[in-house]
Every structure is written in C-alpha cells, then in structure tokens.
Design a protein around this ligand. Structure first.
Ligand code: HEM
Length: 446
C-alpha cells in the first residue's frame, strides 16, 4: 500500500436511501469524490445543501459573516441532549460570555503551566505499553486512557467524587447510540422530531449528568482549589452584562463539553499518528532520532517543545489526513453568494474538513503522509487547513491539544518502536473520525 488508509468516497450520486445506509455506517462515505476536486458542491436532499472547500468562502462563513452562519440545526440536534446550550453550540451573547469565562484556562500561558500533567500522563502511558509488549495492543484504547487522565486532572484536579470510568462509559454509550446520523438529519427534519438513538442513550446521559452534578455540588461545599482548575473558573465566571453566574445545569453542560471535546479528539490524533508512524517506518525513525536526542531517556516537558519540530509536523500532518472533527456544519441565516452560487436562508453549509485536507487544488499528493510539508515555514494557506476550525469559534483547546499530542508522541517514540499488525484501522466518522476496530500495533522497546 503506497498511501495510508482512507475513506472510500462516493463516485456516483446516491439516492436518499443509499445515503441513509452509508451515513449510518460512516458519515464521510456520503461525501462525493469531486469534493476533493471542486471548490464547492451543492445539491438538494429534502433541504438545499452546499459543501464548501474554497478557502476564501470558508473565511467568509467562519470569520467574516459569523452571525449569518450559526452552527447547524443538525449539530444542535445531535449535541444538545448531551451538552445543553453550552459553549460548543450556544450562539450570540450566550456564547460570548461562556467563551470569555473559559478562555483564561486555555490562554497560552496557562496551557504551558499544565504541561506537567501531560508529562506525567506520557510517563504512565509508557508504563502501560511496556506491560503489553508480549503482543499487539490497541493504541486507540491506550490513548483514550491517557488523554482522559489529562482532561480529568485539568478540569477537576482528579477530584475524588469523580469516577472517570463511569463518565467515560456513559460518553461512549451516548456517542455510539446518538452520534450516528439518522434519516431525520439527512432529510433535514426539524429538531423536535425524535431521533432513534435518543432512547438507548437516555441512561448514559442520566449517569453522566448525575456524576457531573455530584462533582459540582461537592466543589461548592469544599470551595476552590489552591491552584484553580477549570471547574473553579466556571464556578467563578460572571456574565459581564448581567453579573449572573452559571446555573448548575450550565456548569454541568460546560463541564461535560470540556471533558468530551477535550479528550476524544486528542486521543484520536495520537492514535492516528502512531498508525502513520508504523505505516512509514523511515519517518518513524527520523522522529525517534529527534525525540531521543532531545529527551535522552526522560519524558518530554514544555521546555522541549521548540526542539521537536519533526514530531510537531507529524501531529500537523496527522490532523490533515485524519481530522477528528472531519465534518462541521452551519445553517445559512441570510442570502449570500459563494463561489458565484446563491445561498438561501435555511441552506445547510457543510464544511467537509476531510475533503478540504485532501483537495487536489490545495495539496500535492493529498493522500500521502508527508510531515515535511509542514516543516520550515512551509505551512498551508490559512483557510485550507482547518483541523481546529477558524474564526471566533475556533477550537478553544487548540494549543492545549497540540502541546499534549506533541509531548506524548515524542515520549512514546523515544521509548518504543511501533509496527503494523495485519489489522489496519478503518477511518469511520461517528461524531469524530475514529479508527474502527482500534489501532492495533506491536510496540517493542527502542
Ligand atoms: C486534536 C484535538 C482537537 C481537535 C481536532 C478539535 C477540533 C475542534 C473544531 C474543528 C472545533 C470547531 C467546530 C466548529 O467550528 O463547528 C472545535 C471547537 C471546540 N473545541 Fe476543540 N478540538 C480539539 C481539542 C479540544 C480540547 C483539548 C478542548 C478542551 C479542553 C476542546 C474544546 C472545544 C470547545 C469548547 C469548542 C467550541 C468553541 C466555541 O464554539 O467557542 N477541543 N474543536
């Protein structure tokens, strides 16, 4: 195989029923192959929709005309039962104050101070992988454990009331049942039409909320930590206009947003990066040489980041080939023209980050794994590369995630050689772009 695994994109138009069947298995399989060649693809499946891959139009949708392109109805329908009207899906002033309240935790200076949590998690991961060396191990499962540890330390200082296993199982059950795109979503039915997965995920949601509420109440009783964590910041946050604080349900919804958005995505990035390194062992060796010369046996820390440009480029290239948020969407609120095409209020705007990142007009050999394309200031055109989105709603955890991924990958590559097994991962999008079946790799001491 000359290129790493990819999603087989549709080469012929699909009927609604075909789209439904494909989308339930893998949302990305409804993307047409021409979305890697054309700046924009439009159609009608009950509702009018547009897939936008043209960087200037993406800039308009995500940055210049933010108010005219709010998050889509589908996004809100899928996520609201789990995370309410929290930062991720709120709009207007309600979004703004929540963003302001949480921004300090993710400011670069504070993210740097969180590096020791990540270094500790990298060390613990090495110990676990070391124990599995007799046979192949699922690196996706390993990375989920790692990043979950990091996010629970950062949000809740590893609070004793908080049981990561239960919350994690609940999140998984919710994503597995409600995260699949349903016929209602494809047909663009309104949000109040019940979706199939909801019933199955009710118990998972109930568990998640119960645990989050108990954690919030316990913290209210105990007062803030000496070094405030994200929950303390949320508890202290005040709307600058009204002076009000977040209610328990707003606190809970944001807490769950950060826990869900803040670990799955980074675990996916690391798992896909390990797969790519095992796929191309020459590049893996080059990365290991860099990591070993910088780290000399210890786990990576914040001070090492600047000396790890190749490892950083591997993470950037991984986010290009397997962007965890591979498809984001908006609903047009006003008339507009993009790429000479009319946009009507109510149209669904799809931003297929997956096909944008593999677009033939924007990338050389788009399906190839070439971290070098991110080296020596060779970065891509700004709106051609959107693993974290862009504009005011850009991922708030971007520097956090990059720092975590680089520190952990560098530590792992300095200690282990990873090689493929016969089982290759299959990229399947269920809310995020996951490796179906896991990422099974051999790991031997380097
Ligand atoms: C590699 C890891 C990550 C990726 C690829 C990623 C990707 C994204 C993307 C694409 C968006 C924008 C979605 C849109 O425009 O519709 C987003 C938003 C967001 N992300 Fe991330 N994310 C990652 C890590 C994190 C982390 C670590 C956190 C928090 C700890 C986080 C929290 C959020 C939140 C709260 C938003 C909503 C921001 C807003 O609307 O103001 N993400 N993320």
């Amino acid at each position: 195989m000359s290129n790493p695994v990819k999603v087989p994109l549709a080469t012929k138009p699909m009927s609604i029923l075909q789209s439904l069947g494909s989308a339930r298995r893998n949302v990305l399989s409804i993307l047409p192959e021409i979305a890697t060649r054309q700046p924009m693809v439009s159609g009608k499946t009950g509702i009018r929709w547009h897939m936008v891959m043209d960087p200037p139009s993406l800039k308009r949708v995500l940055r210049d005309k933010l108010e005219d392109y709010p998050k889509s109805g589908v996004t809100k329908t899928l996520l609201r039962p789990a995370i309410g009207n929290s930062l991720f899906i709120a709009e207007g002033t309600h979004w703004q104050w929540q963003r302001r309240a949480t921004a300090p935790t993710f400011a670069l200076r504070n993210v740097r101070a969180l590096a020791p949590v990540m270094t500790r998690a990298a060390e613990a991961t090495c110990t676990r992988i070391h124990a599995t060396q007799i046979g192949p191990a699922d690196m996706y499962a390993q990375m989920v454990t790692t990043t979950f540890q990091v996010i629970s330390d950062v949000t809740l200082s590893g609070d004793s009331e908080f049981d990561p296993q239960t919350v994690h199982k609940a999140i998984d059950a919710y994503i597995a049942s409600a995260g699949r795109v349903t016929l209602a979503d494809i047909l663009g039915l309104p949000a109040w039409v019940p979706r199939g997965g909801w019933f199955k995920s009710r118990k998972a949601l109930y568990d998640m909320r119960r645990i989050a509420d108990a954690t919030i109440e316990a913290r209210r009783r105990s007062g803030p930590r000496e070094t405030p964590d994200l929950l303390d910041h949320l508890l202290a946050a005040q709307d600058p206009e009204t002076g009000r604080k977040m209610t328990t349900s707003e606190l809970r919804d944001n807490l769950l947003t950060f826990i869900v958005a803040g670990h799955e995505t980074t675990a996916l990035t690391l798992s896909w990066a390990l797969y790519l390194c095992a796929f191309d062992t020459v590049k893996q060796e080059k990365a290991r040489a860099e990591a070993q010369s910088v780290l000399s046996g210890r786990a990576a820390t914040q001070d090492d980041l600047a000396a790890l440009p190749y490892i950083t480029a591997i993470i950037e290239e991984t986010l290009r080939l397997y962007p965890p948020a591979a498809l984001v969407s908006r609903t047009a609120k006003a008339k507009d023209t993009l790429c000479g095409r009319q946009i009507h209020p109510g149209d669904t705007m799809m931003i297929p980050i997956y096909t944008l990142h593999r677009h033939h007009m924007l990338w050389d050999e788009p399906d190839a794994f070439q971290p070098e394309r991110f080296m020596n200031g060779n970065g891509p055109e700004r709106f051609a590369y959107l693993p974290f989105g862009d504009g005011p709603r850009v991922c708030i955890g971007q520097s956090f995630a990059m720092q975590e991924a680089v520190l952990i990958l560098a530590t792992l590559l300095s200690r282990f050689k990873f090689s493929l097994t016969e089982k290759h991962p299959e990229p399947v999008m269920i809310l995020t772009l996951r490796p179906e079946g896991g990422v099974w790799l051999h790991a031997e001491s380097a």
